[in-house]
Write a protein that binds this ligand. Structure first.
Ligand SMILES: [Ca+2]
Ligand SMILES: [Ca+2]
Length: 192
């Protein structure tokens, strides 16, 4: 049931309440009378409440209903630096990795890979071979290989790579040469 359907349901229920109320109180009923106005007022209040809830920017999808973060997939190949700049121009950044939402981000990447194979840049860089940090210097836990397809499968042993969700590894994290042209995932916060 979408928001419009919920709105009409509210309006219908409100109109019924209005009919009963107006009959009990001897007021004029019908859609043009008290019940219709009552329903309309309830609908407007409902719309006002809905429109004040934080929502994702246009073309962005909430990572989860609880998350304040929204993501968008771009399937035009860019280098890591250019992809990050593109995300910042959108008002966000490359998507950060978080264990709570990682599986949802992976599923989103798989569902939005477009026509061809697509590795996605994410907000992770490699300080030394296999040592990953997020874009705001927050270390990324590699304990138990949580962001990796298998523990220890960090990368190809080259240092200073950038992080992709690798289409060949079930969209788990892997290292790539930062100048490679890849698809990318941007994130933005919900807006009010
Ligand atoms: Ca590497
Ligand atoms: Ca790949």
């Amino acid at each position: 049931m979408n928001l419009l359907q919920i709105g009409f349901l509210f309006m219908t229920l409100s109109a019924l309440v209005g009919v009963v109320f107006s009959q009990q109180n001897g007021l004029p009923g019908g859609i043009g009378g008290f019940s219709g106005i009552f329903g309309l007022v309830i609908l407007l209040v409902f719309i006002a409440v809905i429109s004040r809830r934080p929502r994702c920017p246009t073309n962005y999808t909430a990572i989860s209903p609880q998350s304040s973060t929204c993501i968008r997939a771009f399937t035009t190949g860019k280098s890591f630096a250019d992809a990050r700049t593109a995300c910042q121009t959108e008002g966000g950044d490359l998507v950060g990795l978080d264990l709570l939402t990682f599986d949802m981000v992976r599923a989103f990447a798989d569902a939005n890979k477009g026509a061809g194979p697509c590795d996605f840049w994410v907000g992770a860089t490699e300080a030394a071979s296999g040592v990953w940090t997020g874009l705001n210097s927050n270390p990324i836990s590699t304990l138990g290989g949580l962001f990796f397809q298998t523990a220890g499968d960090f990368d190809d042993n080259l240092a200073n790579e950038c992080g992709i969700l690798d289409d060949g590894r079930g969209y788990y994290l892997y290292g790539e040469l930062c100048t490679s042209l890849k698809c990318y995932l941007c994130q933005r916060n919900k807006i009010k």
